[in-house]
Design a protein around this ligand. Structure first.
Ligand code: AMP
Length: 504
């Protein structure tokens, strides 16, 4: 596989270059390659069924990526599981994937009930093998073989394993390296845990271009003081995160070019990128380019992109997610799969070589979401969008469409307008149900600086502004105010927890 071959070449030509930095450890390309050869050799000698996935459990350690490469070099895809994932969910993943081997990279010792998986600590694997261990490239995963399987949440409450093949990943990495200014020995931030596919946006483009990955941990994110100290020493050049994560950083006035003088590229994916965040970034990092990208795990991280510069900011009230990568088509269709016309809203369908073959072992779910279109895999995203001037615009989840007292509306549209208020830094709108019916809407808000003494005065001022842009039935009945809003371990806004918060 091209990607593995490139990493192998770097391990010879740039053997002493850093590949990965975590708070506790740094490894070179040479170490990454030779240690992963040991893992591969160990796995080849294990009685594993052909192509059976290997679970890799840990949090941002270099041994995680050593194990990922070790797995794929032995012909087995890996399933990354972050330590923030609860044990019951891990058990469901093991059951659903029929994994037989679990590499524990974390120092945490634990046993899993009711499961036939063999747990082995990372150190036990590498300590027993010689430095010169090598496996044949014949063993590597290739073409349509799975490279990794990432579990995402399913609406039934059971996680779904998205299978990403070597070809899927290669198409993604080729695009990143070709169409973004990220090439050549650069320092990439890794914010997202490996169980979230946003991490793939920095991990493999970095390794495919001789770059180095600077990983931050959940402990650092929980203590902004340490996070900012780490940033200061980091030399980060390429930033990849969710918009929510950078928004959290922007709350600190020291998050500027002075803190990260080498930063030249911001890459965002996974959530709506608000205009206000882009404006602040361009102001605080005048040398940097900001890119919005869009895509689901099922189509390998991202499939569209656009640079958000001052021109784009002036032109649009809600930012576009851009145009598709060259090898991919985006269709916008109605319920009958007829393409809608320009400017009209439809479901976003992604067609191309980075679309997954489906969910591991879940044919029914696969058949519902995936299909073949003109000889290529197509994924029905469940996202709404429209096209204008050759740009794709994201218009929320089809299932975020709600009905309140008979009116159809989209929560994200309401959030967008509240966030435009001068009194608001961030807003999340939560529908409150009674007997399966939405009774009213509540807005959870992080306010900006304001002069009001009482919360009801602030609410009055925001509602007054909203009444100029939204019909009365779309203005939330209740407003609650917070210093911050909870995020999921992936760095996205945690709507479930916010709902619990507003109900207290
Ligand atoms: P995930 O598979 O966790 O990456 O989530 C994919 C979903 O995140 C997409 O289907 C969209 O609903 C949302 N998403 C991804 N990128 C963007 C973006 N740039 N703007 C708005 N929503 C996005």
């Amino acid at each position: 596989m091209k990607l593995l071959k490139i990493i192998k070449d770097f391990s010879y030509t740039h053997s002493e270059n850093t590949a990965f930095i975590s708070p506790e450890k740094e490894i070179t390309y040479k170490q990454l390659w030779s240690e992963s050869e040991k893992v591969a050799s160990f796995l080849i000698n294990e009685p594993l069924p052909n192509g059976s996935p290997v679970i890799v459990y840990g949090h941002m350690e270099p041994e995680m990526i050593i194990s990922f490469l070790g797995s794929v070099k032995s012909g087995h895809p890996y399933i990354p599981i972050d330590t923030s994932i609860p044990i019951e969910r891990i058990e469901k993943i093991i059951e659903s994937s029929s994994s037989k081997l679990f590499i524990n990279v974390s120092k945490q010792s634990f046993s899993l009930e009711n499961s036939f998986v063999k747990i082995i600590n990372f150190d036990e694997i590498v300590d027993n093998l010689s430095e010169n261990t090598e496996v044949s490239t014949e063993n590597w995963v290739k073409e349509d073989d799975n490279f990794y399987i990432i579990y995402t949440s399913g609406s039934t409450g059971n996680p779904k394993g998205v299978q990403i093949s070597a070809n899927n990943l290669q198409s993604f990495v080729d695009w990143m390296v070709k169409d973004f200014p990220i090439n050549g020995n650069l320092q990439f931030l890794n914010q997202a845990p490996f169980s979230f596919d946003l991490s793939v946006m920095d991990l493999y483009p970095a390794l495919a271009s001789g770059g180095h990955i600077f990983a931050i941990t959940k402990d650092m994110i929980a203590k902004p003081k340490y996070l900012f100290e780490a940033f200061k020493k980091s030399n980060i050049q390429i930033w990849t995160s969710t918009p929510s994560f950078v928004q959290m950083c922007l709350m600190d006035p020291s998050f500027t070019e002075e803190l990260l003088p080498e930063l030249t590229v911001f890459l965002f994916c996974g959530e709506i990128l608000p205009v206000s965040i882009s404006q602040q970034l361009l102001k605080r990092f005048p040398k940097a380019k900001v890119f919005n990208t869009y895509g689901p795990t099922e189509a390998t991280v991202a499939v569209t992109y656009v640079e958000i510069n001052t021109e784009v900011l002036q032109q649009y009230e809600s930012l576009p997610v851009g145009k598709s990568k060259e090898d991919t088509r985006i269709l916008l269709v109605d319920e009958n799969w007829n393409e809608v016309s320009e400017g009209e809203k439809g479901e976003i369908i992604i067609v191309g070589p980075s679309v997954s073959k489906g969910y591991l072992g879940q044919k029914d779910l696969t058949d519902k979401a995936f299909t073949s279109f003109e000889g290529q895999m197509a994924y029905k995203t469940g996202d709404a969008g429209y096209k204008e001037n050759d740009q794709l615009f994201y218009k929320g989840r089809m299932d975020f469409q709600i009905k309140l007292h008979g009116y159809r509306m989209e929560l994200e549209e309401i959030e967008h307008h509240i966030a435009q208020s001068q009194y608001v830094k961030m807003a999340v709108v939560v529908p409150i149900y009674q007997n399966d019916k939405i009774e009213y809407l509540t807005a959870a808000i992080i306010p900006s600086e304001h002069v009001f003494e009482k919360e009801y005065q602030l609410t009055g001022a925001i509602k007054k502004e909203l009444s100029e842009v939204l019909p009365a039935y779309m203005i939330p009945r209740k407003f609650s105010y917070y210093d911050d809003l909870p995020m999921t371990p992936n760095g996205k806004i945690d709507r479930k927890q916010i709902k619990e918060k507003v109900l207290v």
